[in-house]
Every structure is written in structure tokens, then in C-alpha cells.
Design a protein around this ligand. Structure first.
Ligand SMILES: Nc1ncnc2c1ncn2[C@@H]1O[C@H](COP(=O)(O)OP(=O)(O)OP(=O)(O)O)[C@@H](O)[C@H]1O
Length: 609
């Protein structure tokens, strides 16, 4: 169970501070006993001098002071466990998304807002449930002590007090299913609002240019209405339970008063006993209250566990979610990567057989694709828009789940391409590049441990050096959504440089043409080829392109049409034998001729994102 594991994240602190909390809960037992003695002394039911009465009052103050001290120490220790537990849950979910076997894309929710909501709210639900266990133990310790003391004074009143507490426990138990259902819906709808707001912020420009402000606001209102209704229900169920629990307090105090009066008249029950009982009754209601809270926290924790583990690999479960991964409070965590991963199996041949990935029942994707990439070769995958080029590349790299097929590295089957085909074997520059709001240097390295010389080489290979020289702070310029906005071509070349700095055996690049002019693309491939010749860059390249710059230098071209290979071989041969290749070539020739006739300055300014 995750809750048990979460406690072990920092067991010393959980147990240490937990014991203090239990002490804090148990101290009122002493308070009751002191009160009993004080009131008996004052009422004359037990013989006592003025001095001893004053000492008893001082003891009362001392007990309360100790309770305050215990509270203060527990409060200063508890956050260490609390933050450690939160960090563990979130780090494990993130670790699984980034490094677990199998494609992560299919596990991620549709929007990052939904994922953020799970990281924030669901993790918190689990921590609160674990935290409440300590309260429950404290309340139970107090209840056990209080019942023992009260039973020794008046067993009948004590037994009667148990009844309302039992009723409340049964009621809580009966409502458990309802609580789970209502809470799951509230969480889902809450996350959908977060997701919608996130997408709206990201798409402000698109919304404005489409004149869709009104429609977006209306959609947000609709999301909010649904969320509000679900949140009200969620709150209502919890408040209903809390109210029922509070009512138990009133009923219990009433019962003590009712039963104690005749006993006091007969002298069996002293004023001190009455003071002790009423002081205990207030605290005793903690137990059904916390038990009640626990009964809805546990189903809420189950919902949270399920939502968080859905972000993780299918073979991982709730135990992996709370696996100890180390939390650093006072010192810096060890660096993620200090040296380059060792490569013992340099690429000779990379092969894929019968790759099939269908995105939907209509069969969109790729079907039965075979591909062989030899060391030091330049392979181009080409095809019309939507032919399946990106799907094929992502499937090869393990970024999409395969419906069928296999990939091998030097003849050895690759069990999990997603974790095997990573830098330093393979580096991938995707079609939709991502830059973070960090310096350009950080963006290119992303923690990859290489020196400035290698970084400079990668920048030159990606034909980015002039752009860097013109940036206000060179490599230290903060770029990305909260920094300098780079042009589409600069972003593409930055991601190419990010791939190149990893000095992969196999460089995979998905379509640079949308953001690079013909001339720059020529330059880029020339430089990469020169570097490969000098042993200074990747010699094996797999690229998606319809550009002549890439097609003309290809050792082999794979032509895709509606997800199937309709031609494979050298350009000359394909132009003779493959009608689709001829059509693509003719189309590209016209486009590039037009492009070359347009002023390059205009081309570049059009491409700025
Ligand atoms: N996640 C997805 N869900 C459903 N269908 C998808 C998904 N991704 C791609 N497709 C569909 O699969 C087909 C192949 O898409 P893919 O992106 O692989 O084509 P492509 O050749 O790379 O296109 P482009 O030249 O526009 O990049 C298209 O019909 C596309 O609509």
C-alpha cells in the first residue's frame, strides 16, 4: 500500500515526529487527571491544603506548557517528512515518464495541465492520507487511556459513551463508495479546467487571430460549471460527515450530563470526576472525527494512486510510485550525469522488420515497413504529407508502441527501443522542436557532460554559429517562451545542434525543411558529411525529407505512400521505377525553384515564429 511506503520515505522523521504527535494527543489524559484533582480539592471532596491546590494549578499549567512544547517540536520536524513524501511521489512519476521501458507518450494525459493537476493534487491527497494515520494513532491512544480511566471511575457512563462513536463509524463506512465516486469526478473535472486554461494560454495567438475569444470563454464557463457542481458534491459529502461527527460530540456531552447527575447526587461521582469526564469527552470525539476523515481519505488516496500510476509504465505499480529514491534537504543532489555513457557496441547495421503502427481503426500510421540502415550511410524517408514518415521514425525509436515488427542493432533484437536507442547510440531531432526557458547553452546540453569545444563543433555543424554570435549574450542568452524568441529555423537548428553534441552513432532528423531554406539545408548536410569524413561527427544519418538537398546525397531512399513502402533504393533508380518518387521530385523541383526566385530576406522573415 502506497500509504505504508510513503511513511518509509523518511521513516526516522515519520516515526520521531509521529511519536511527538501521539504524545501531543495523549497529554490531555494528564490534563484531565490534574483537573480532576484540582476540582476535588476545590470542592472539598478530597482533603487538600491551599498549598497543594496551588501546586495542582501549577501542574495544570506545566502540563499545558509541555503540550505546547511538544507541538512546536513536532511542527518543526514534520515538514521534512511531508516534503520528502511529496518529492518522492512526484520524482517517481516523473522518472517513470522519462525513463521507464515502453513509449511514454501513450501514458501521458492529453494535456500537460491534466498531468500537472495529478502531480499537484493527487500527490497531496496521498500525503494527507498518510499524515492522518498519525492523528488516528494519537486519537486512538488517547481514547484507550481515557476509556480505561473513565471505566475505573464509572463503567456504565463509559459504555454508554461508546455507542454514538460506533454509530458514526458505521455511517462513515456506508458512505465510502459514494465518497470515492464523487471525489474521482471532482478531481477529473478540476484537472480538465486546469488543462483548458493551460491550452488557452499556449494558444492565445491562435484564439485572437481566429476571433474565438467569446467561444473560448463560453467553453471555459461550461468546464467550470461542471467542475463547480462536482466540487460542491465532493465538499458536501465531506461536510456531511464532519457535521455528523460533530453532532456526536454534542450527544456524548449530553449523555454524560444526563447520567452523571444522579450519580453525583448519591456521592458516587465527584465534581472532579465530572470535570475529568467532560474534559475527556471533547477530546474523545477526535477519534470518530479522525476515523471519519480517514475513511474518506483512504478512498481519496486510492483514486490518487490510480491517477498517478496511470502516468507510469504499465509494468509499474503503486509500490514503484512510493519507491525510495533519495531526498536531499540540506545538500545538493548528486549530478544526474557526470560522464558520457559507455558505448561498447558501435553501430554496424540498424534494421527494422515488418513495422506496423496504426493510430486508429482506419489504419492511419504505417504498415509492414522494412528498413536497413548501414554504418556510414545516408538514408532518407520521403513521402507526401501524412504518408506516415514521422510515425515510422517514432516507431523505430520506441516512441510509439508497435502493433507488430521488431528492430535490431547489429543483428541483436532490441527489447525496448525507447531505452536502448538513446544518446550516445542515437540522437533525434524531432519535427516539433522544443526549447525551454533557459540559456541557449543549457538548451543544447540539457545536462550532457561535454566541454565547450565539442559544443562549438556541434553548433557549427548545425550551421548555427552566426545566429549565436548575433544573440545579445551569445550562448548565455535566455531563449524559449520566457526568453528571446528564436526564428523557426533557429529553433530547428538548435535542436539539430542538441542532437549533434551527443555525438550519436546514428543521427535521426525529422524534416528540417519547414524551417530551413534550401541553401542552409545544403550547408548543414555538407558540414555533417565533412565532419563524418574527419571522424568528428555522426557518419550514419536517417532523415525525413522531401528536399533535393537530402535526396541527392542519399545512399538509399525509402518512399512511403499511405503508410506503406512503395519504393526503396537510390534516387536515379527510383526516378525510373517509382511513380510516387517521380511525382514528389517534380513537385519539390517546382517549389524549390520558386523559393530560390524569392528574396531570401523575405523568406527568412516569413519563417520567424
Ligand atoms: N496520434 C495520432 N492519432 C491519430 N492519427 C495520427 C496520429 N499521428 C498521426 N496520425 C495520422 O497518421 C498518418 C501519418 O501521420 P504522420 O505524421 O506519420 O505523417 P507524415 O508523413 O510524417 O506527415 P507530415 O509530412 O505532415 O509530417 C496521418 O494520416 C495522420 O493523420
Amino acid at each position: 500500500m502506497v500509504i505504508g511506503r510513503l511513511a518509509r520515505v523518511s521513516l526516522r522523521r515519520y516515526v520521531g515526529a509521529g511519536l511527538l504527535w501521539v504524545t501531543f494527543f495523549a497529554v490531555p489524559l494528564l490534563t484531565g487527571l490534574v483537573l480532576q484533582a484540582v476540582f476535588d480539592a476545590i470542592s472539598g471532596q478530597r482533603a487538600a491544603s491551599l498549598d497543594s491546590t496551588l501546586w495542582l494549578c501549577a501542574a495544570f499549567v506545566a502540563v499545558e506548557a509541555v503540550r505546547g512544547g511538544v507541538f512546536w517540536i513536532a511542527m518543526s520536524l514534520w515538514p521534512y517528512w511531508w516534503q520528502g513524501a511529496g518529492a518522492t511521489l512526484r520524482a517517481n512519476a516523473l522518472r517513470s515518464i522519462l525513463t521507464a521501458r515502453g513509449p511514454a507518450a501513450s501514458r501521458l494525459p492529453h494535456s500537460s495541465g491534466e498531468a500537472v493537476a495529478r502531480f499537484r493534487d493527487d500527490a497531496e491527497d496521498l500525503i494527507i492520507a498518510t499524515d492522518n494515520i498519525v492523528d488516528l494513532i494519537g486519537a486512538a491512544v488517547f481514547a484507550a487511556g481515557a476509556f480505561a480511566i473513565m471505566a475505573s471511575i464509572d463503567p456504565v457512563i463509559t459504555v454508554v459513551l461508546v455507542l454514538p462513536l460506533t454509530v458514526i463509524a458505521v455511517l462513515n463506512r456506508m458512505l465510502r463508495g459514494l465518497i470515492t465516486r464523487v471525489h474521482r469526478q471532482a478531481r477529473q473535472l478540476g484537472a480538465s479546467v486546469t488543462a483548458f486554461v493551460g491550452e488557452t494560454f499556449a494558444g492565445v495567438l491562435a484564439i485572437k487571430t481566429a476571433g474565438a475569444e467569446g467561444a473560448v470563454l463560453e467553453r471555459l464557463r461550461a468546464h467550470n460549471r461542471r467542475r463547480r457542481n462536482a466540487a460542491v458534491k465532493d465538499r458536501l459529502v465531506m461536510d456531511m460527515l464532519d457535521t455528523a461527527n460533530s453532532a456526536t460530540v454534542e450527544i456524548s456531552i449530553g449523555l454524560v450530563l444526563l447520567l452523571a447527575t444522579p450519580a453525583m447526587r448519591s456521592g458516587d461521582f465527584t465534581v472532579g470526576d465530572f470535570a475529568l469526564f467532560t474534559s475527556y469527552v471533547g477530546w474523545l470525539t477526535m477519534l470518530p472525527r479522525i476515523l471519519g476523515r480517514m475513511l474518506y481519505r483512504i478512498p481519496q488516496g486510492a483514486v490518487a494512486t490510480e491517477r498517478l500510476t496511470r502516468l507510469m509504465a504499465t509494468y509499474e505499480d503503486a509500490d514503484d510510485l512510493a519507491r525510495l529514491s533519495g531526498v536531499w534537504f540540506r545538500q545538493d543532489p548528486p549530478p544526474a550525469l557526470t560522464e558520457l555513457p559507455e558505448r561498447t557496441d558501435p553501430l554496424e547495421v540498424f534494421e527494422a522488420r515488418d513495422i506496423t503502427v496504426h493510430h486508429d481503426d482506419a489504419g492511419h500510421g504505417v504498415t509492414g515497413v522494412d528498413l536497413r540502415v548501414d554504418r556510414s550511410s545516408f538514408t532518407v524517408v520521403t513521402g507526401a504529407v501524412g504518408a506516415g514518415k514521422t510515425t515510422l521514425i517514432r516507431a523505430l525509436l520506441g516512441l510509439l508502441p508497435l502493433d507488430s515488427g521488431s528492430v535490431t542493432w547489429n543483428g541483436q533484437p532490441i527489447d525496448d527501443p525507447g531505452t536502448f536507442l538513446v544518446p550516445g547510440r542515437v540522437a533525434y531531432a524531432g519535427q516539433v522542436p522544443r526549447l525551454f526557458s533557459e540559456s541557449l547553452r543549457e538548451n543544447l546540453l540539457l545536462g550532457w557532460p561535454v566541454d565547450d569545444g565539442k559544443l562549438k563543433t556541434a553548433i557549427e555543424l548545425a550551421a548555427l554559429e552566426r545566429d549565436v554570435a548575433e544573440m545579445p549574450d551569445g550562448l548565455e542568452t535566455v531563449v524559449g517562451s520566457r526568453g528571446v524568441r528564436l526564428s523557426g529555423g533557429q529553433v530547428q537548428r538548435s535542436t539539430a545542434a542538441r542532437a549533434l553534441v551527443r555525438a550519436p552513432d546514428l543521427l535521426v532528423v525529422d524534416d528540417l525543411s519547414s524551417a530551413l531554406d534550401v541553401e542552409t539545408e545544403h550547408l548543414l548536410w555538407d558540414r555533417i558529411a565533412d565532419a563524418a569524413g574527419a571522424g568528428d561527427g555522426p557518419s550514419t544519418v536517417l532523415v525525413v525529407s522531401h528536399r533535393r538537398a537530402a535526396l541527392e546525397r542519399a545512399d538509399q531512399i525509402v518512399v512511403l505512400d499511405r503508410g506503406r513502402v512503395v519504393g526503396a533504393g537510390a534516387l536515379d533508380e527510383l526516378l525510373r521505377t517509382c511513380p510516387e518518387m517521380r511525382r514528389l521530385w517534380a513537385e519539390e523541383s517546382v517549389v524549390e525553384a520558386e523559393e530560390e526566385s524569392v528574396d531570401p530576406m523575405i523568406m527568412n522573415s516569413n519563417r520567424t515564429m
